[in-house]
Structure formats: C-alpha cells, structure tokens
Ligand binder design. Structure first.
Ligand SMILES: *Cc1c(COP(=O)(O)O)cnc(C)c1O
Length: 411
C-alpha cells in the first residue's frame, strides 16, 4: 500500500474494516473516527475534557476504572484507544499517553531496562537521547550507539551480549535517514531483545512499527500528530500487556501525565491527521524539488533530503516500510551566515524549532548546543531543517526561492 513519489494516498483507499461492521475503513475514515465512543442519542460525539483530580470512589477501590487523576482519566482513555487504533489497526495494541514525547521515551527506556542489560541507541537520533543514555548508564545499563543508515546497526545487534532493547528512530531527526525495521527487529528478537521505534516523524498514518515487527512504537505527539503547535504530548503503544503494565507503572510513579485539555485537543486534531499529512507531504516534495532545482542552477544548496523523493538515499527503504513520508526536509546552505540570512528572509515559513504543524517552520539546527558548547546534532553549520505545513505549495516554493535570492545577496 505504499504510495509512490510522496504523492498522497488515494483518500478512500480501503485498508481494513470497522470491527464488527465489515464496513471498509480507509485511513481518513479511521483518523476521523478513532477512539470515539459508540454513538448515543443526545450525547456529544467526542467527549469533552474531564477535569478531575479524583473521582467518586465508594468502598473498596480494587478494579475501579478511575480513582485518582494521576492514574487515569476518561479523556486519556479515548485518546489512548484512538492512538492504538491508528498504530495497530488490525492488532490489539494498547497505547499509554504521557505529558511529552520525552516522558514517553524515558518511560520506555527506563522502565523496561535494568542493571546488566545492554541497550542500543541511534547515534543520530533525537538529541536528548544522550541525556537518557546518562541515566541508563547510572543505572548500570551498558549503552552502545549506532548510526541509523548502513549495516553497523545489524552487526552491533548480532554481536551484542545481554541485549535488552534496540531503539530505532526512523526516519531520524534531523538527518532523515531510514533503517530497515523488519530486518533489525528480527535480529534483535533472535537475541531476546525488545525493539522500540520512535515514530514521531512518520506519525501512525505514515508508518506502523508494530506491524513491521517492533514491540513498542513511541512518539512525541507534540509534532505532526497534534499538528497545531499548541500542545506537548507523548505516547507508547505496544501489544504486550507486560510492557504496557511497566510503562503505566512508570507514569504513575514519575507523574509524567498529560493534562486532560491537552489530551482532548490532540484527539480533536486527529480528525484532520490524514488531510494534514497528505497536504504536508505534497508540500515537502514540492519544496525539496525546488531546492534540488536551485542546487542544479546555483550549486549553493547541497544535501537536500526527503525520504519521499525518488532518488533520495533513503527512498527505496522508506517506500518499503512507510505509508507516507512526513513533512520534514533537510538541506545544507554554504555557511552559518548564509543560512541565517535565508531564515531571516523567509516570509511564510516561520523560524522556529519543532515540526509537524499546520504552519511551515524552519531552523538552523547548528544553533543548538549542549551546556558545554558541543553541537546538539552532528550537522553542518549551514544545515536547515524545514517542516512544511498546509499552506499552498506554490507559495512555499516562491518563499523559499525568494529567500535564497536574498541570502545570496550577502549580509
Ligand atoms: C520532539 C521529539 C521528541 C521529544 O518530544 P517532546 O514532545 O518534545 O518531549 C522525541 N523524538 C523525536 C524524534 C522528536 O522529534
């Protein structure tokens, strides 16, 4: 069911059936209806946020669905159902929501590993992973890192001892490299390890890690899943009940919970996830192609990356395991000054971090450093990560071409 060349999927492509009804369910239909309760006369279709620190709780609390607000909330429950339906439409996965992507990532890594375990992390993944690595090592876990593309990950998995978890981020942020989830998951499972995929960039409409063999799909819902740049949220989805039990237990003791309003906003936004991601990938491809054209004409744009573009180093592998390719592109301008002039000259694309929202954004990733001054991402000074929103493709292409012209004009 992979689309070609970054074009949107057929909007009504049948990809399954609504349980119990036999009615064909396409991606857009599923996104619109995910997690919603059965229709009941005179009730709202999407229940509003439940603002409660505690619930009426008579007598013995054993088995109570809702007792205290840190442990459960009906607004989380319907969103968790929705995310599980999107991550695993044909399976029985459950999802657990958190207050941010990092809360979800830390819950997965820290609650499922312990002293003596080995964990493999991507060397080029989200830049806070190295801080989680420090925590893991303090807790007696041995951590190795491998680059996302290429054969090193497989070799490292095959030679690891006491491997407990293989953590993949595909496509990687910000390098947009892709790894073969099926192949790596099979190798890690042969060694008895769990496999987690950071699915932030792809969204569950773009990639279903659990169907590709991963045990956990973990993501920041702050990005394209919510898509409006106004909420932080994260989640872990998994089929194995003991994995879910551990991360729920971790959420309870750390208290890394989402607010009910945030959970409700994300659920509300899921209805347009298919529309947004389709339009965003059309825009991402259009801008990537315009940049390649600029590169051919002027030679000052290099390293244009978008896994959805045929010809991209990651495209063939991405096309085998992804259903859509996301909204993020990367490219390198000659130097820091050029990149800063370019970002300053953009009128539609806003200079901001994060990605996945309805408004296009871009930033020079090299501006982020650790407290000791080390670059947070191993990227060139002129590297720009751009996230395409839902504006018109022609406007975005014109904005980018115009800003390049201005940047060429010098300071
Ligand atoms: C943003 C991001 C995170 C962290 O998510 P927050 O919601 O900001 O905590 C993790 N992984 C990836 C790939 C991200 O892009």
């Amino acid at each position: 069911m992979t689309e070609k060349g970054g074009q949107p999927r057929e909007p009504d492509a049948a990809v399954g059936t609504t349980p119990g009804t036999g009615v064909p369910t396409g991606e857009a239909t599923r996104a619109v209806h995910a997690g919603l309760p059965e229709a009941e006369p005179y009730r709202e279709p999407l229940p509003g946020p439940v603002l409660a620190a505690h619930y009426h709780l008579p007598g013995d609390p054993t088995g109570a669905d809702y007792a205290y607000g840190r442990d459960g909330n009906p607004t989380w429950t319907v969103l968790e159902r929705a995310i599980a339906e999107l991550e695993d439409p044909a399976g029985d996965a459950r999802a657990v929501v958190f207050g941010s992507g990092m809360a979800a990532i830390s819950a997965a890594l820290l609650s499922l590993t312990g002293p003596g375990d080995t964990v493999i992390l991507p060397a080029d993944g989200y830049n806070l992973l190295h801080r989680v690595r420090e925590r893991l090592e303090t807790g007696g876990v041995t951590v190795s890192t491998v680059p996302t593309p290429g054969p090193e990950a497989l070799r490292t998995v095959e030679s690891a001892t006491d491997l407990r978890m293989l953590w993949l981020e595909t496509p990687s942020n910000p390098g947009l490299d892709v790894c073969d989830v099926r192949e790596l998951a099979a190798a890690a499972h042969a060694r008895g390890a769990l496999v987690a995929v950071d699915n932030t960039l792809a969204t569950p409409l773009g990639q279903r890690p659990l169907e590709l063999g991963a045990d956990l799909s973990v993501a920041s819902g702050t990005k394209a899943l919510n898509g409006h740049g106004d909420v932080l949220l994260g989640y872990v989805a998994a089929r194995d009940a003991s994995v879910i039990e551990r991360v729920v237990g971790w959420r309870k003791i750390v208290g890394a919970i989402p607010g009910p309003m945030e959970a409700w906003l994300v659920h509300r936004g899921l209805a347009t996830l298919e529309l947004r991601t389709s339009h965003q990938q059309t825009n991402a491809l259009a801008v990537a192609e315009a940049l390649l054209d600029e590169a051919a004409r002027r030679g000052d744009v290099t390293g244009v990356r978008y896994p959805g573009r045929p010809g991209d180093p990651a495209h063939d592998l991405a096309a085998r395991q992804m259903r859509r390719f996301g909204c993020v592109i990367g490219f390198t301008l000659p130097d820091r000054g050029f990149a800063e002039r370019f970002l300053g000259a953009l009128r539609i694309v806003e200079e901001a971090t994060s990605f996945g929202g309805v408004r296009s954004t871009a930033e020079r990733r090299g501006r982020w450093t650790t407290p000791d001054g080390v670059p947070a991402d191993a990227v060139a000074e002129g590297f720009v990560r751009m996230s395409l929103g839902v504006e018109d493709p022609a406007d975005l292409v014109a904005d980018v071409r115009r800003a390049l012209e201005i940047a060429r004009g010098g300071a």
